[in-house]
Design a protein around this ligand. Structure first.
Ligand code: PHE
Length: 340
């Protein structure tokens, strides 16, 4: 037999069975494809002439079966057509205002994340995403934070109950170690994503939030590059008159380390817990990648250096949209979400 007639017809039946009819338009597509005047099943009937005589009977039965399945399926979904007709009939008075469509809106976190990504892609950063359930090595150990290091307490961690080595990543810095173990410099990446910490929920902090990690590794990268990159970012994000400050800080994976604050001011502050009455709001941690981290990940720290930063998205959306409380992002209150 030159052709497997049965495999072909069975494929058609499968196609008919798996066709998703979810609305009136899909129902019409289905009708045109399998029941209309130029439907596909007709082609299969026409082919019967080519089927060897001894197989004609079985083949004919299968094509008939395909037709019946298509007809039944169509019948079972005609309610889509009817419901459309009903709405068409309902609009009998065209002077009435139109029925409002409940369109969704973008979440403020997505809007701000897109802006961050577009600013950094302008200066050559490439977006990389990785795991939310991490192992201790990538989240801590590779980042110069061994098991007995007190800095592990800086970030209260959710471990997976039955896998003591696995955790919900506490920061997007885990993407740094994942990327560096697989790639050699030059590296210029931006890693956005969700992070989790067992923190008391308040106006300023939550147990889940979003970060964007930046990592730039190459020859001769200095703190000056880091400062200029962050200043460029802040101006693009908050306008040319933005006020920023870098405060010395500590992270096990960077040396020296700093935190960057943006001036939010006190007159707009609806809730003084946000800046604790200072007017300044911290939006990121940063620093020069500790040479030990490069070596842990297989990058020669004698040849290469670089900087990293990790910024919170919620905080920045708070500044941009004057959102007084971080909890609003996760409560799915339509009155809040509709405003963006
Ligand atoms: N991972 C740090 C945090 O979540 C932020 C950070 C990233 C600091 C990169 C320095 C360098 O707090």
């Amino acid at each position: 037999m030159s052709q497997d007639w049965f495999a072909e017809i069975k494929r058609l039946i499968e196609e008919i069975n798996s066709f998703q009819i979810t609305d009136a338009a899909a129902l019409e597509d289905f009708r045109l494809k399998y029941l209309g005047t130029k439907n596909q099943i007709k082609g299969y009937f026409a082919q019967i002439a080519k089927v060897p005589n001894e197989q004609k009977k079985e083949y004919g039965q299968l094509v008939n079966e395909a037709k019946t399945i298509a007809e039944l399926k169509f019948e079972n979904h005609t309610h889509f057509k009817q419901s459309e007709k009903k709405t068409a009939q309902k609009i009998s008075d065209y002077s009435l205002p139109p029925i409002e469509k409940a369109n969704g809106t973008r979440h403020p976190i997505s809007i701000v994340l897109d802006r961050i990504v577009s600013i950094f892609t302008k200066i050559g950063f490439e977006v990389v995403e990785d795991l939310e359930i991490e192992d201790e090595w990538h989240n801590f150990t590779a980042l110069n934070t061994p098991a007995d290091h007190p800095a592990r307490d800086m970030q209260d961690t959710y471990y997976l109950r039955d896998f003591s080595d696995l955790l919900l990543r506490t920061h997007t810095s885990s993407v740094q170690s994942r990327f560096m173990t697989k790639n050699q410099p030059p590296i210029r990446i931006l890693a956005p994503g969700k992070v989790y910490r067992n923190e008391t929920i308040s106006a300023r902090s939550h147990c889940q939030f979003h970060q964007v990690e930046g990592l730039y590794i190459d020859k001769h990268i200095s703190m000056a590059d880091l400062k200029q990159t962050l200043l460029f970012f802040a101006k693009e994000m908050f306008g040319p008159d933005v006020k920023i400050r870098l405060r010395p800080s500590y992270f096990p994976f960077t040396e020296p380390s700093a935190e960057m604050d943006i001036y939010w001011g006190l007159k707009d502050e609806t809730d003084h817990r946000i800046t604790k009455g200072t007017g300044w709001l911290e939006i990121l941690g940063c620093g020069m990648v500790d040479p030990a981290v490069l070596d842990n990940c297989g990058i020669d720290s004698k040849t290469y250096s670089g900087f990293a930063f990790g910024m919170g998205i919620e905080r920045q959306a708070m500044l941009l949209y004057k959102i007084p409380d971080i909890r609003y992002y996760f409560e799915n209150d339509i009155r809040f979400l509709k405003q963006f």
